[in-house]
Ligand binder design. Structure first.
Ligand code: GDP
Length: 424
């Protein structure tokens, strides 16, 4: 059985926690897109971790963690992340890396930095992890697959060829130091030795696992609204964040993904630029930011303060629909316990008309939120294990959201820990 865990919002919904929790009953956890540009925060028996590249299943000894072909593979980062787990007392995880995954090159990070610098105030708010240059090269067909590291002669020839192109841009557009192809080739040989122990024909491995009836989790990064096709283009990420892409980024048949769990946050947060209709500012935002997540709402990779907002039913319903959600997990509900009233955005007013459908970017920029206010529950709900034991107003909030997103909420998360979950 293959189940996808994906974000319905802008990311940071708590997918890491839900994946870590569900990994207990899983055999294989797969990352299928993105790179080390975003992070999952996980709190378990070993401590508090911010994972960036590894799937959130690495804490169990019975699971295999897979980096699929759709991922932007930063090899030194992968090795560093594995080492940091071991250093913190986690047993060495079993890791497989697709031989078709492409390699995030040192120059991708440089180009990301240079482009942000060139754009100045008009930048996309990149995390400068090299993700956009990486995917650009992949689709321009000048990327490097892991498998190519093992063919020295052709690798060298390609490195020289690619450096020629890159150096033209470096010299004339960015006015920065040029790449040395020989040095780059040597670096790639080092990468080869680092990644060699993990390389695998992942799609064949997963094909066999599916046949054997293994439980597989696909773990998404970011969320629906950061998808390059269906999100808030161009303020999106460079690989698809949708469960459907799990089939491609892992190399499995689409019809095998039978459960799609969207992680939906009980309020909104976003990093980077882009329209954010239910955004709040000032003291109201500071208060929510300070109380949010497990230690405040600050980016797991960058430490940047996240932009805050009330729950956006228009964006979240769309986010669930575009993922093809079969169920939803509502997270960080405990954070809202301090409020007398909780605003929820139920419509967008665009040019004087109210819509409940999520629009394209140009219209989104003009949208003003239509809020309704729900009564708060004014208490701490952490520690509660049964849905019926939640305060009535809290249940009403959950049920209101469930109706709005048109997706059954089967899990309610009331704390960052692995066991802080209420099944419905
Ligand atoms: P991800 O990328 O979707 O995994 O999200 P992040 O890890 O970046 O952000 C989610 C944050 O919320 C992390 O700091 C989690 O520890 C925290 N978190 C997850 N679920 C809950 C919850 O139910 N309650 C609280 N208070 N924090 C949570």
């Amino acid at each position: 059985m293959v189940r996808a865990i994906v974000g319905a919002n802008w990311g940071d919904e708590g997918k890491g926690k839900i994946t870590d929790m569900l990994a207990k009953e899983s055999d294989i956890i797969v990352r299928f897109q993105g790179g080390s540009n975003a992070g999952h925060t996980i709190i378990n028996n070993y401590g508090r971790f911010a994972l960036h590249l590894l799937p959130s299943g690495v804490f169990y000894q019975h699971t295999t963690s897979v980096i699929g072909n759709g991922v932007a593979l930063n090899i030194p980062y992968l090795v560093k992340e594995i080492q940091s787990l071991v250093d913190q007392g986690v047993p060495a995880p079993k890791i497989l890396v697709s031989d078709r995954a492409q390699i995030l090159m040192p120059y991708h990070i440089l180009f990301d930095e240079y482009e942000e610098e060139r754009l100045g105030g008009k930048s996309f708010g990149s995390t400068k992890s090299g993700i956009a240059p990486f995917y650009s090269d992949k689709y321009a067909k000048i990327g490097f697959q892991v498998s190519e590291l093992f063919e020295e002669e052709t690798l060298k020839e390609k490195v020289y060829r690619v450096c020629e192109t890159k150096n033209v841009t470096l010299e004339h557009l960015y006015h920065k130091p040029l790449l040395d192809p020989e040095e780059l080739f040597q670096t790639l040989l080092e990468y080869r030795d680092m990644v060699a122990p993990y390389v695998c024909d992942v799609s064949k491995y997963l094909y066999d696992a599916i046949k054997e009836g293994k439980n597989i989790l696909l773990e998404g990064q970011l969320g629906s609204l950061k998808d390059p096709d269906h999100g808030i283009y161009p303020m999106v990420t460079s690989s698809s964040t949708l469960a459907a892409y799990g089939a491609i980024g892992a190399g499995i048949p689409p019809y095998e993904i039978s459960r799609i769990t969207t992680v939906v946050k009980a309020y909104s947060s976003a990093v980077g630029a882009g329209a954010f209709v239910s955004e709040i500012f000032g003291e109201e935002a500071d208060e929510l930011r300070k109380r949010g997540g497990d230690h405040g709402e600050f980016g797991a990779t960058t430490g940047r303060p996240r932009r805050m907002g009330w729950f956006d039913a228009v964006a979240s319903r769309y986010g669930c629909r575009i993922q093809g959600a079969t169920e939803a997990a509502l997270t960080v509900l405990d954070v809202l316990g301090y409020l007398d009233e909780i605003p929820v955005c139920v419509g967008y007013e665009i040019d004087g008309q109210v819509t409940k459908d999520f629009p394209t970017t140009a219209k989104l920029e003009k949208a003003k939120p239509v809020f309704v206010k729900l009564p708060g529950w004014k208490c701490d709900i952490r520690g509660i294990k049964n849905y019926e034991d939640l305060p009535e107003n809290c249940r009403k909030y959950v049920e209101f959201i469930e109706k709005e997103i048109e997706t059954p909420i089967t899990m309610v998360s009331n704390g960052p820990g692995r066991d802080e979950i209420i099944y419905r």
